[in-house]
Design a protein around this ligand. Structure first.
Ligand code: GLU
Length: 415
C-alpha cells in the first residue's frame, strides 16, 4: 500500500522535477510509534493487540489523522495513510500535517468495555508524543465519537482537561456540529464539481456506492436530498439496487439495525462485488483500500469515480481508468471534508467558542469548492489528471513550508 502512495507522489514529483533529496525529506515519516496492548477480555481471556501511530509530516502544523481499528492494520497501512493525510491537509489548506494510526483489533468481535480498555491502554502508551499541538487523532474505520471521548478522558487524566487532543468527539463533549457528516458532505460537493466538469448536474445523475459506513451513508443521504439517484449500494455482506433510486433514509434505518445493507426490502439483492461494474454515471468507493484494482478496473462503467475511501484505486487501476476516460476525483481531495471540519472543531476547542451548524457547513462548502477549483486549475495548467495535480499542489505547499523551516544547501524551486 505504501508503494502505491509513493508511486502517485513520484508522478507529481517528476512533474515538478523535484530533487531526490527533497523527495526523501517529504516522504520520510517524522516518527513511527508501535505499542503492544495486553489486557483481559470481559471473561478473563488474554487479548493482545498491536497499536500504531505514524506521524508523517508536521511542516504545516500538528500532525492530524484518524485512528482505525481493523485486523489488517499494520505499520505499512499506517504509514501510507499518514502520508495521504499530509497531502490532504495541504490541499484543503488546514494548518495541520499528516498522521494515521490504529490497532489491529476487530471491534465487531469485542464488547464495548473491551474496546474502551484497549483504547485507554493505547493512549497510555502514546500520551507523551500526542497532544493538541503535536498530534490530534480522529475517527476512521471502526472508530467513532465514543472512542474519541475515551481518548480525551484518558489524556486529560494526565495533562488536565484537553478537548483539543482529539476531534470527532460527541457534541456534548466539545465536538463540532456537522463533524459526523462532514466527510460525506464534502464528497457530495466534490461530486457536484466533477459533474460540472462533465457538463452535468447532480439532479438526475445515477450513483453506485460501495460502503455504507459513516462516509458512505451520509454521502448517499445528501446526494439523494439534492436529486441524485442512488441506484445501488453494497457492503461486505451484499448489495441492494433499485433503478428508480433507493429510499436512502429507510436504508439508513435498516443498516443501523442490521449492520449491513443486505436484505433491505426496498430493492433487489445482488452480490456486493458487482458494485464496481454497476451501470451508473458515478461510482463512489467508500469502503476500504484497493477496491478497484487491475482485475476489475476494466469493468467500471461509470464516467466519474469519486474516492470517498482512502486509497481505493491501485495505481494499475488508475492507469486503466484513465485510458477509459474516467474522471477520478482522488481521495486526498474528495474525502478532505472530514479533516476540514476536524480543523473547525479543534479551532472551537482552542478558542472555547462554539460555531453554529450553518457556519460549519458554509465554511466546509467554501473550502471544498476552493480546493477543487485549485486542483482543477493546476490540472489544466500542467495538462494532467486531478490526482497528479492534487499531489503537485500538496507537494508545493508542504515542500515550501518544510524548506522554509530548515536550510538545504541549494535553492529548490517548487514551481
Ligand atoms: N479519518 C479521516 C480521514 O482519513 C479524518 C481525519 C481527521 O479528521 O483528522 O481523513
Amino acid at each position: 500500500m505504501l508503494e502505491a502512495s509513493h508511486r502517485y507522489f513520484h508522478r507529481a514529483a517528476d512533474l515538478l522535477d523535484l530533487a531526490p533529496k527533497v523527495r526523501e525529506v517529504l516522504l520520510t515519516p517524522n516518527r513511527v510509534i508501535k505499542v503492544e496492548i495486553v489486557d483481559e477480555t470481559d471473561d478473563g481471556k488474554l487479548m493482545h493487540y498491536t497499536g500504531f501511530r505514524v506521524q508523517h509530516n508536521s511542516a504545516r502544523g500538528p500532525c492530524k489523522g484518524g485512528l482505525r481499528y481493523h485486523p489488517a492494520m499494520d505499520e505499512d497501512h499506517a504509514t501510507a495513510l499518514a502520508n495521504l493525510m499530509t497531502w490532504k491537509t495541504a490541499i484543503v489548506d488546514v494548518p495541520f500535517g499528516g498522521a494515521k494510526g490504529g490497532i489491529n483489533c476487530d471491534p465487531n468481535e469485542m464488547s464495548r468495555f473491551e474496546i474502551e480498555r484497549v483504547t485507554r491502554r493505547f493512549v497510555d502508551r502514546c500520551k507523551e508524543v500526542i497532544g493538541p499541538t503535536i498530534d490530534i487523532p480522529a475517527p476512521d474505520v471502526n472508530t467513532n465519537a465514543d472512542v474519541m471521548a475515551w481518548i480525551m478522558d484518558e489524556y486529560s487524566r494526565h495533562y488536565g482537561f484537553s478537548p483539543g487532543i482529539v476531534t470527532g468527539k460527541p457534541l456534548h463533549l466539545f465536538g463540532s456540529d456537522g463533524r459526523e457528516e462532514a466527510t460525506g458532505r464534502g464528497v457530495m460537493y466534490a461530486l457536484e464539481e466533477a459533474l460540472r466538469d462533465r457538463g452535468r448536474e447532480l439532479s438526475g445523475s445515477t450513483v453506485a456506492l460501495q460502503g455504507f459506513g459513516n462516509v458512505g451513508s451520509h454521502a448517499a443521504r445528501l446526494i439523494a436530498e439534492r436529486g441524485g439517484k442512488i441506484v445501488a449500494v453494497a457492503d461486505h455482506k451484499g448489495g441492494v439496487s433499485n433503478e428508480k433510486g433507493l429510499d436512502v433514509p429507510a436504508l439508513v434505518t435498516w443498516a443501523a439495525e442490521h449492520r449491513t445493507v443486505a436484505g433491505f426490502a426496498g430493492g433487489d439483492a445482488f452480490s456486493g462485488s458487482e458494485i464496481i461494474a454497476w451501470p451508473a454515471d458515478v461510482l463512489i468507493p467508500a469502503a476500504l483500500e484497493d477496491a478497484i484494482d487491475g482485475t476489475n478496473a476494466d469493468q467500471v462503467r461509470a464516467q466519474i469515480v469519486v474516492e470517498a475511501a482512502n486509497a481505493p484505486t491501485t495505481p494499475e487501476a488508475d492507469t486503466i481508468l484513465a485510458r477509459k476516460g474516467v474522471l477520478i476525483v482522488p481521495d486526498i481531495l474528495a474525502n478532505a471534508g472530514g479533516v476540514t471540519v476536524s480543523y473547525f472543531e479543534w479551532a472551537q476547542n482552542i478558542q472555547q467558542f462554539r460555531w453554529e451548524l450553518d457556519r460549519v457547513n458554509a465554511e466546509l462548502e467554501k473550502s471544498m469548492r476552493r480546493a477543487y477549483a485549485g486542483v482543477r486549475e493546476l490540472a489544466k495548467e500542467k495538462s494532467t489528471d486531478l490526482r497528479t495535480a492534487a499531489f503537485t499542489l500538496a507537494i508545493q505547499r508542504v515542500g515550501r513550508a518544510a524548506l522554509s523551516r530548515r536550510s538545504l544547501r541549494e535553492n529548490i524551486d517548487l514551481g
